[in-house]
Design a protein around this ligand. Structure first.
Ligand code: UDP
Length: 235
């Protein structure tokens, strides 16, 4: 397969066309941003960790019957994915209160939610990805009600699968963000699943093993990313 011209450069990844119109070539970068691009930096080897961790999760999910865009790894930093028309809704699933939810509802970080919380954000950088609901999604025609029903069910299934997989690695899945897209008429899981897009806490020490180390200047950011990959590779 041939890597052709770059068609998109995001904050953490570059996407290239390939000689197969159904497939894209994704390169994971070390660049890190937070707070809607206001904070910028690099995390050494982040691209490698996120590429490998995403591949591990996508393979796990596929093995449990969840369709994803993942096709194969090319090398440490690159993977081949199915070409998606991305749905402009970011789906956040929360098991434990953290980040923006702590601020929004006034509960301390670390509070265990008695029921899993599902949130939707409008994927629009210029607007700062605002929180929206199903009625906004329908009114803005971002996805059909049938697509949203499937997305909701899938996001919750992913939660069970990931929590079970992370438990033996002594990691709690606090929350995470998923993106979906349409490939040949089918809604499938896209983007990445990594320490950039999930909150992972050590079950015992509650140490943060994710991008919050970068967002909050907690130090040892690279080490935390490497630790997630190390634990998952052993799982
Ligand atoms: N998240 C993400 N991309 C975003 C916003 C959030 O991957 O643009 C992830 C984030 O890493 C966390 C979850 O979604 O795992 C919930 O994030 P939250 O709404 O608490 O926002 P934050 O505090 O991260 O800004």
């Amino acid at each position: 397969m041939q890597k052709l011209e770059m068609i998109y450069e995001g904050k953490a990844k570059k996407v290239y066309r390939t000689d197969n119109p159904d497939l894209f070539w994704v390169e994971y970068k070390d660049d890190a941003t937070a707070f809607n691009g206001q904070k910028k930096g690099t995390i050494d080897n982040k691209g490698i960790v996120n590429n490998k961790v995403s591949a591990l999760f996508f393979e796990l999910l596929e093995s449990k019957g969840i369709p994803t865009h993942f096709v194969k790894l090319v090398n440490d930093r690159e993977m081949i994915v199915k070409a998606l028309e991305i749905i402009k809704v970011e789906v956040v699933v929360r098991n434990i209160v953290a980040g923006s939810l702590a601020k929004r509802v006034g509960l301390p970080e670390g509070t265990i939610l008695p029921k899993t919380v599902l949130e939707y954000y409008y994927k629009d950088d210029a607007l700062g990805d605002p929180l929206i609901n199903a009625s906004h999604i329908a009114a803005l025609d971002l996805a059909t009600p049938e697509q949203m029903e499937l997305i909701k069910e899938t996001a919750l299934q992913v939660n069970e699968i990931m929590r079970d997989y992370l438990a033996p690695a002594n990691i709690d899945l606090i929350d995470y963000k998923l993106e979906f897209g349409v490939h040949k008429g089918e809604v499938i899981l896209g983007d990445e699943i990594s320490p950039d897009t999930c909150r992972f806490w050590d079950k015992t020490t509650k140490e943060k093993l994710d991008k919050d180390r970068f967002r909050r200047d907690l130090g040892n950011v690279e080490g935390a990313y490497q630790e997630v990959l190390r634990r998952l590779s052993l799982a």
